[in-house]
Design a protein around this ligand. Structure first.
Ligand code: G3H
Ligand code: ZN
Length: 279
C-alpha cells in the first residue's frame, strides 16, 4: 500500500535498518522497484527527481499518477518522494500530487541563503503535512560539479538542522552522484560524528558508487535513507544494449524493456538485502 515516508523512516529507525530510496525515471523503474521490494519483503521509497520531471516535459502528474497506482497496489509499504527540488513551483505541486515527502535542494547556494530558503521550505512542508529532506555539504557529481572531496561539518550540520527545522538531512561523507562503479570511499568516522550531533535521520546520496560492504556499515552506523539511482540504469541500459546488439534484434520495445525491468529488479533485490541488518 501507499504509506508516508515518515512512517517508513520512523520504523526503519526503530529497527536500525536502512531504507532504499530508488529513483524512478520511467514506469518500468517503479515496477521493478516494487517487484523487488515485494520479493525482499521490505518497504521502499519511490523517488522522482526534478530532473526526471523535466524529462517528462516538465509535467509532474502523468508519471506520478502511474507511480501512485503502482505503489497503492504493492504488497509492501511504499511511499512517494520528490527528489532534488530546486524549483519552488515544483515544490508546491508536491502537496496535492500524492507525495508525502520532498527533498528541497538548496545545496548549491551560499550557506546563509541555503538556511533561509530551506527554513521557508520546511515551514511550508510542515503546513502541508510533508516530510522535508534538505542537504548540507555539496555532494559531488550533480550537473557536472564533481566534488568527491566535499564533506559535511558536524557542528555546522547540527546548527543547520536547528535553524531550518528540517525532518532529515543529506550529508556529504564521500559518495558522489552518478557513479557506475563502486569506487567511492565513505568516511564512516565522520558519519558517526554526524549521527551523534544531528537529531534527525541522515540520508546518503549517490549510493550507487558505494561498495556494498560500506553501504552495510553506513546503515550499521546510523545512515537511514539510502538514495540509489544509477545502479538501476546500469542494469537497465546494459540489458537493452546486449539485446539490441544481437543480429535480428527485436523491434517491439517490450522484448527489451521487459528484460531490462527484470535486471533492475534483480539489482534492487540484492541492494535491499545489503541494507537489511537481519541478513
Ligand atoms: O538522489 C538521488 C541519489 O542521490 C542517486 O544517486 O544515481 O548516484 O545512485 P546515484
Ligand atoms: Zn541525490
Amino acid at each position: 500500500p501507499l504509506v508516508t515516508t515518515r512512517e517508513i523512516i520512523d520504523s526503519a529507525r526503530r529497527d536500525g535498518a536502512g531504507v532504499g530510496a530508488f529513483n524512478v525515471i520511467t514506469l518500468e523503474h517503479a515496477e521493478a522497484i516494487v517487484m523487488a521490494a515485494e520479493s525482499a519483503g521490505r518497504p521502499v521509497i519511490l523517488q522522482i527527481s526534478e530532473n526526471a520531471v523535466k524529462f517528462h516535459f516538465g509535467l509532474l502528474r502523468p508519471i506520478t499518477m502511474g507511480v501512485t497506482e503502482i505503489a497503492t497496489r504493492a504488497r509492501v509499504p511504499v511511499s512517494l518522494h520528490l527528489d532534488h527540488v530546486e524549483d519552488q513551483e515544483l515544490l508546491h505541486q508536491a502537496a496535492d500530487a500524492g507525495f508525502s515527502s520532498v527533498m528541497y535542494d538548496a545545496s548549491k547556494k551560499a550557506y546563509a541563503d541555503n538556511v533561509a530558503d530551506t527554513r521557508d521550505a520546511a515551514r511550508w512542508a510542515r503546513d502541508h503535512g510533508l516530510w522535508l529532506e534538505a542537504e548540507l555539504g555539496e555532494i559531488g557529481g550533480k550537473n557536472g560539479a564533481h566534488a568527491p572531496g566535499a564533506r559535511t561539518d558536524p557542528d555546522e550540520a547540527a546548527a543547520y538542522v536547528a535553524e531550518t527545522g528540517v525532518d532529515s538531512l543529506a550529508v556529504a561523507i564521500g559518495s558522489s552522484h552518478a557513479m557506475a562503479v563502486q569506487t567511492a570511499d565513505l568516511d564512516l568516522d565522520l558519519l558517526v560524528r554526524l549521527r551523534d550531533r544531528v537529531p534527525v535521520p541522515l540520508v546518503l546520496h549517490g549510493s550507487s558508487g558505494v561498495p556494498h560492504d560500506q553501504l552495510r556499515s553506513a546503515v550499521h552506523h546510523g545512515m537511514v535513507k539510502i538514495n540509489i539511482g544509477t545502479a538501476l540504469n546500469v542494469a537497465y541500459t546494459g540489458t537493452v544494449r546486449e539485446i539490441l546488439s544481437q543480429p535480428d534484434a527485436p523491434i517491439d520495445p517490450r522484448k527489451y524493456l521487459g528484460p531490462a525491468r527484470d535486471a533492475m529488479a534483480e539489482t534492487i533485490t540484492h541492494l535491499l538485502g545489503v541494507l537489511d541488518p537481519r541478513q
